[in-house]
Design a protein around this ligand. Structure first.
Ligand code: ADE
Ligand code: ZN
Length: 334
């Protein structure tokens, strides 16, 4: 029998706006006088049947209109961190989409300060470490990403890295060469979504043009044997999100997810939740689903947990990484 104690892990691919549960969305809508197009929580949950990434993004951007004040962002992140702690997360690297808020008139400072307060409180309450990664919306012009990076400069003490998300196909990584160069010059770490719906070529471009250290998703990289060999050779971490892939129909069923084969090929895979409120589960739910459906064994699960801490941006807290890794080695994976 596998242990019911959650796997100690780092979550490295989590959009904080994608943790907005319907109940909180309606509570914030009422508090802020925002009208939602769905009547109630149940009607909203019924809308969670997605065709593809874009159909999800349409709802994701619509709902985040309820987030307006520093307190809203703090409550949003606080609710995620509480669930994450209960699901074995020791370290969380959290994406946020500043353009989706500043475009609505919410100041950058409001977003970052609200999130940061929740992260500080999680360190005190649960002993959880964390990082913030600001993502550029790839379906917006490159100039908007550059303006967002400039807007972020006063807050760089609170931000560890940059990422790239939103609608992938037709928005290749090379569009963001300049802003990634500037981010690197500012000392920011770099990641990007690539190979979620987009072709393997986008993964190569993210590595070669943007200089990313991890690939978010990277699922479709596995279609290309040469690229797979390179990712294995270079030890590039992939932040996979199995339940997200099923909900957004990147794979037909979880049973057909290539995670197990990707691990066997030597890819440095991690398992994450992406947008857990929308995709049917938080990170331990993803671990449980792949264990049960793909039949992952104890050593495969241990590898996933170990990879998550090895791939984390913990270079300034190596003693913490060592402590987390020791916990993984001591954990009973069943
Ligand atoms: N933004 C939030 N979730 C996303 C995903 N899965 N892919 C791209 N952009 C996103
Ligand atoms: Zn994502």
């Amino acid at each position: 029998m596998p242990s019911s104690v959650p796997v100690p892990k780092a979550e490295l691919h989590l959009h904080i706006e994608g943790t907005l549960e319907p109940e909180l969305a309606f509570a914030l809508a009422a508090r802020n006088g925002v009208t939602l197009s769905h009547d109630d929580e149940l009607a909203l949950r019924h809308a969670y049947a997605f065709e593809d990434l874009q159909s999800f993004l349409n709802l994701y951007y619509e709902l985040m209109a309820v987030l307006r004040t520093e307190r809203d962002f703090e409550e949003l992140a606080g609710a995620y961190l509480e669930r994450a702690a209960a699901q074995g997360v020791r370290h969380a690297e959290i994406f946020f989409d500043p353009q989706a808020h500043t475009a609505r008139g919410v100041p950058f400072a409001t977003v970052v300060h609200g999130l940061h307060r929740a992260l500080e409180s999680a360190r005190e309450r649960y002993g959880m470490s964390s990082r913030l990664i600001m993502c550029f919306l790839r379906d917006q012009p490159a100039e908007s990403a550059l303006a967002t990076l400039a807007e972020a400069e006063p807050f760089l003490g609170l931000i560890t890295g940059v990422g790239l998300d939103s609608a992938e196909v037709g928005n290749p990584p090379a569009k963001f060469r300049e802003v990634y160069e500037k981010a690197a010059a500012l000392g920011l770490r770099r990641v990007a979504h690539a190979g979620e719906e987009g072709p393997p070529q986008y993964v190569t471009e993210a590595l070669d043009v943007l200089g990313v250290e991890r690939i978010d998703h990277g699922l479709r990289a596995f279609e290309d044997a040469g690229l797979t060999a390179r990712l294995v050779r270079e030890g590039v971490p992939l932040t996979l999100c199995p339940l997200s892939n099923v909900r957004l129909r990147t794979v037909d069923t979880l049973a057909e997810h290539p995670l197990r084969a990707m691990l066997a090929a030597g890819l440095k895979c991690t398992v994450n939740s992406d947008d857990p409120s929308y995709f049917g589960g938080y990170v331990e739910d993803n671990f449980r689903a792949v264990r049960e459906t793909l039949g992952l064994g104890p050593e495969e699960l241990r590898t996933l947990a170990r990879n998550s801490f090895e791939a984390a941006f913990l270079d300034d807290e190596e003693e913490l990484r060592a402590r987390y890794l020791a916990e993984v080695e001591a954990h009973d994976f069943g």
